[in-house]
Design a protein around this ligand. Structure first.
Ligand SMILES: O=C(O)CCC(=O)C(=O)O
Ligand SMILES: [Fe+2]
Length: 323
């Protein structure tokens, strides 16, 4: 309320204080005509205008929040700690599974979707696999921003090509991979299978590891090969052929060890974001209901392990053993 209004009001109060009796008809006629209940018409107009602005502002904010909510949803942020029960998003399955359901009824998904869990794999297991990745990538000199090591085939990025690490290990030319880290991998894989079976209503003994089972280290170095262009939207079943379930174990933390590099599910009306976090499992059915992409890494090094599964035993792979 303006100061002049306050002044006017106190003046009026003074007048009434002096007059103990009700105002005479003459006095009433002298009252300013533009006052209602003691507030000038201007004050009322300003008051109404402010109220209107507040209502419009509120509606505008609500609309924007709603629009943002429709376009993007942060499913799992780094500050979230998803323990005990995984966070699940169920989705209608794509038609891809129709044939798989008849061929592999205990493996093809009955329900589709995705889940995220931060306590499926423990800290020691994650650390063991992170160390494996760091050791292996220590001898890899990729030409671009992506270093890949496929645990199944042994292929390790080297320049614009690959070397076979298993050949080197078997020839005892190095001891980069220990039995302990491979045992840890199998423990992690079995934990993931257990969770996939629960979430997607399948039999744990009917899904099989398929290739490639790969570690990645992504930096901001410019792309030199097609493999380096990891940021394109894709559907894993189309890209890799045999995937029915994709699981990812993050071995480093977004915002802490690297910038950029978030994972986005590209749903019809919105993106659903997973922020990679050390020890976090993100798993999903691999068909078009889960189209996704990885944001470009701006700085630091992003480590992850992809563990994919198939229903088709003929597409299964074994990880070599070490004694
Ligand atoms: O590393 C990730 O978060 C996902 C990688 C991915 O989508 C892929 O390799 O197909
Ligand atoms: Fe993918």
């Amino acid at each position: 309320m303006s100061q002049s209004t306050i002044r006017k009001r106190s003046k009026r109060n003074d007048n009434t204080a002096n007059n103990t009796n009700a105002p005479t008809a003459e006095q009433q006629q002298q009252q300013p005509k533009q006052q209602f209940g003691g507030i000038s018409i201007w004050s009322r107009l300003i008051h109404r205008f402010i109220m209107l602005c507040m209502v419009w502002g509120g509606m505008y904010l609500f609309y924007f929040k709603q629009a943002d909510h429709d376009q993007n949803r942060l499913m799992a942020s780094v500050s979230d700690n998803i323990v005990d029960v995984p966070l699940i998003q169920e989705l209608p399955c794509s038609d891809h599974y129709v044939q798989e359901r008849t061929e592999f009824p205990k493996c093809a998904p009955i329900r589709c979707g995705r889940f995220v869990g931060d306590s499926i794999v423990d800290e020691h297991e994650t650390m063991e696999l992170r160390l494996l990745a760091e050791t292996v990538f220590g001898i890899s000199q990729p030409s671009g921003g992506v270093a890949i090591f496929d645990l199944a085939s042994g292929a390790l990025s080297n320049g614009t090509k690959f070397v076979n690490l298993w050949h080197l290990v078997k020839k005892r030319k190095n001891n980069l991979i220990s039995k302990k880290s491979l045992d840890t991998f199998h423990i992690v894989k079995n934990k993931v299978i257990h969770n996939l079976a629960i979430q997607f209503g399948i039999s744990p003994d009917q899904i099989h590891l398929t290739k490639p089972v790969f570690f990645t280290r992504i930096t901001d170095a410019p792309a030199a090969t097609l493999n380096d262009q990891y940021w394109h939207p894709h559907v894993d079943k189309v890209t890799y052929g045999t995937f029915v379930y994709t699981s990812l174990l993050y071995l480093s933390t977004y915002g802490n060890e690297f910038k950029g590099g978030r994972f986005f599910f590209l749903d019809n009306k919105r993106n659903v974001t997973i922020e990679p976090k050390f020890g976090r499992i993100s798993a999903f059915t691999s068909s078009s209901e889960n189209q996704h992409m990885v944001e470009q890494v701006d700085s630091g090094a992003r480590f992850a392990l992809t563990i994919p599964f198939t229903c088709d035993k003929s597409q299964a792979v074994n990880i070599p053993t070490i004694d």
